[in-house]
Ligand binder design. Structure first.
Ligand SMILES: Nc1ncnc2c1ncn2[C@@H]1O[C@H](COP(=O)(O)OP(=O)(O)OP(=O)(O)O)[C@@H](O)[C@H]1O
Ligand SMILES: [Mg+2]
Length: 251
């Protein structure tokens, strides 16, 4: 099977700073893969390279077997600070991608309304971001990413700013969206529990200059439940990741 995403020996340097050391990874269609690693290790840089916003110094990015190195427009990308536009309503924020590229069609509008209704924002279609809770805003930002209709989604710490209870709700919601819409997800988080709860596989990165130092397969059954988070299998994976992170983090 052709990988949905293949990154081959990509590197990226900013002046004297090696932001990303040689990185190779492959993600299968429909997989949910998380990247964890210390702050500044190059996670967002890797996402910028995969999305084509940055051209790597070396290496190659392939989506569905096609070389897209340095070319944007092939992934749905939710940036680490993905802000909603304050003067656009929920629906108009969801259709922002189309508005910026080719113009919003009736079909885009209908899809945005469908997403908002299906994912709990049906009563807020015409609301502006200031009238939404933090969790709702993150959901709109995620729907905006879904609405680009790309199979591959890059989500860079989408729940980083949320309180732990809202975060758990959003994680369950994301798994529901992922299984319903059958997308492939590459997800960045600092939260080890979150990475285990969501993922099929976890890639652990070293401190800067970052590279992938380890890979763990999460064999917990799906659909995942909150109860699993306190069970021995979950804790065993958590211990492995914490060991890897503490073995590599310089304090
Ligand atoms: N546009 C840029 N110009 C110069 N340096 C950059 C640029 N983007 C990133 N860097 C540097 O590259 C390194 C990796 O940054 P990056 O944002 O990829 O880290 P990260 O793993 O996403 O960190 P965090 O977890 O804090 O979001 C850092 O040292 C950062 O200062
Ligand atoms: Mg980052």
């Amino acid at each position: 099977m052709t990988a949905k995403l293949a990154v081959n020996e990509c590197t990226k340097t900013f002046g004297p700073t090696v932001a990303l050391a040689s990185t190779t990874l492959a993600i299968e269609p429909g997989e949910f893969v998380s990247l964890v690693g210390p702050s500044g290790c190059g996670k967002s840089t890797l996402f910028n390279v995969v999305s084509g916003l940055l051209r790597p110094d070396n290496g190659r990015v392939e989506i569905d077997g096609v070389d897209v190195t340095g070319h944007s427009g092939h992934v749905g990308y939710m940036l680490q600070k993905d802000l909603l536009i304050p003067w656009r309503s929920v629906v108009d924020n969801i259709t922002l991608g189309a508005a910026l590229t080719r113009g919003v069609t009736k079909a885009d509008q209908t899809q945005a309304v469908d997403f908002a209704r299906r994912y709990g924002l049906g009563d807020f279609l015409d609301h502006y971001p200031h009238a939404l809770s933090g969790g709702m805003r993150q959901r709109v930002a995620l729907m905006r990413t879904l609405a680009t209709n790309h199979d591959l989604l890059l989500l860079d710490e989408p729940f980083g700013a949320l309180d732990s209870q809202t975060r758990l709700e959003m994680q369950q919601w994301l798994l529901e969206v992922w299984s319903e819409t059958q997308r492939t997800v590459l997800f960045v988080t600092h939260d080890v529990d979150e990475s285990i709860f969501l993922s099929d596989r976890i890639l652990v990165m070293s401190p800067r200059p970052g590279r992938i130092v380890s890979e763990l397969v999460v064999n917990l059954p799906r659909p995942r439940t909150l109860q699993q988070m306190t069970e021995p299998d979950f804790i065993a994976v958590k211990r492995q990741i914490l060991d890897l992170l503490h073995g590599t983090v310089t304090v």
